[in-house]
Design a protein around this ligand. Structure first.
Ligand SMILES: C[S@@+](CC[C@H](N)C(=O)[O-])C[C@H]1O[C@@H](n2cnc3c(N)ncnc32)[C@H](O)[C@@H]1O
Length: 280
C-alpha cells in the first residue's frame, strides 16, 4: 500500500476488519465468553463495523435484538452490509456517545470494547445512559486500556507517534508541546487509571468483578502497522503535521513500530481490564 492510500484510509477509518486482528478482536471473544446464558437483547456501544454484533448473533440464537450505536457513518455503512443477513434481529443507530439520546431499549446485555478512551472526559454520560437502559440484573461488559504514561501524560500509541515525529525532525522534548498546541490529547491521558474510572462509574453502576490481560501487538512489517494505525486512530495524530507531510507521517509511524518490533519482539504491550458491571 502506498503512503497516500494510507492517508485516504485514515479519513474513512477503512480497513478495520483486517487491522483489528492485531488488537481489538481479542476483546470481542473475551467479552462474548461472559454473556449470560440465553441473552435476549444486546446493545453494543461504539459498534464499529458490527463484528461483535455479528459474532453474538451467531453464537446466541436466543438473541432477538442486537443493536449497535456508533458515530462514524462509514463504519455504520460497513456494519449494515455485514449484518444484512440477520434482518430484523439487528438495528444500527448513529449516536454520539458523549451525549447519548434515550432509546426505547431495555437490553439484558450492553457491551463496549476499545471505545471508552474516545469519550474522555465525558465517560460519565455513557455510564448514566447504561444505568438507565440496562434491564434489572443485566450485564454491562466493558473493556478499558491502561498504558503507562509519562509526566506529560503520553504513553501507548503516543510513544510511537513521538518516535515518528522525532524521525521527521521534531525535537523530542518539544513533542508534548506539539500535542498541546494542536489540541491533541494524548491517548494515555484519555485512558484513565482503573481507580479513576471506578470513581466515575460508581454513581451509575455496580462492579460485580473484573478480569485482566495484557494486549500485545506484534507486526510483520512497517506497512502493516501504518495500516493498523490509520484504521484505528484515523487522522487523530496525523493532524499534528502539516497536510503536505502526512504521507511521510504514516510511513514514519510504521517504521517506528517496526523498529520496536525488532528491538523488543512486540510493538506494544499494555494491560486491558474487562469490567463486569450491573445495575446498582
Ligand atoms: C477502536 S474502535 C472499536 C470498535 C469495536 N467496538 C471493536 O471493539 O472492534 C472505536 C469505535 O468507537 C467509535 N466512536 C468513537 N467515539 C465515539 C463517539 N463519541 N460516539 C460513538 N462512537 C464513537 C469509533 O467510530 C469506532 O468505531
Amino acid at each position: 500500500m502506498t503512503a497516500s492510500a494510507v492517508e485516504i484510509q485514515s479519513r474513512t477509518l477503512a480497513g478495520y476488519a483486517d487491522a483489528s486482528r492485531l488488537r481489538q478482536v481479542h476483546d470481542r471473544d473475551w467479552v462474548l465468553d461472559l454473556f449470560p446464558d440465553d441473552p435476549r437483547s444486546l446493545v453494543d456501544l461504539g459498534s464499529g463495523i458490527g463484528q461483535l454484533l455479528q459474532a453474538a448473533l451467531e453464537r446466541f440464537p436466543s438473541l432477538q435484538l442486537a443493536a449497535g450505536l456508533e458515530r462514524s457513518e462509514h463504519r455504520i455503512a460497513e456494519a449494515a452490509d455485514r449484518l444484512r443477513p440477520y434482518g430484523a434481529r439487528t438495528v444500527l443507530h448513529q449516536a454520539d456517545l458523549t451525549d447519548p439520546e434515550a432509546l426505547p431499549l431495555r437490553p439484558d446485555v450492553v457491551t463496549m470494547t476499545s471505545v471508552l478512551h474516545w469519550l474522555f472526559p465525558h465517560e460519565e454520560r455513557v455510564f448514566a445512559w447504561v444505568g438507565r437502559h440496562l434491564a434489572p440484573g443485566g450485564r454491562f461488559l466493558l473493556t478499558t486500556y491502561h498504558p503507562a504514561r509519562d509526566e506529560h501524560g503520553l504513553g501507548g500509541e503516543d510513544e510511537i507517534v513521538r518516535d515518528a515525529l522525532t524521525a521527521l525532525g521534531a525535537d523530542r522534548g518539544e513533542v508534548p508541546g506539539l500535542f498541546a498546541r494542536a489540541g491533541t490529547l494524548p491517548i494515555a491521558t484519555r485512558t484513565r487509571t482503573a481507580d479513576d474510572l471506578a470513581r466515575v462509574l460508581r454513581p451509575h453502576l455496580a462492579v460485580a468483578g473484573h478480569l485482566e490481560r495484557d494486549a500485545v501487538v506484534t507486526v510483520d512489517s512497517a506497512e502493516q502497522y501504518a495500516h493498523f494505525h490509520a484504521a484505528t486512530f484515523g487522522d487523530y495524530y496525523s493532524r499534528l503535521v502539516p497536510a503536505g507531510q502526512r504521507a511521510d507521517f504514516f510511513r514514519a509511524v510504521g517504521e517506528s513500530a517496526w523498529q520496536r518490533q525488532n528491538e523488543r519482539g512486540h510493538v506494544s504491550r499494555m494491560p486491558v481490564r474487562l469490567w463486569q458491571l450491573t445495575t446498582p
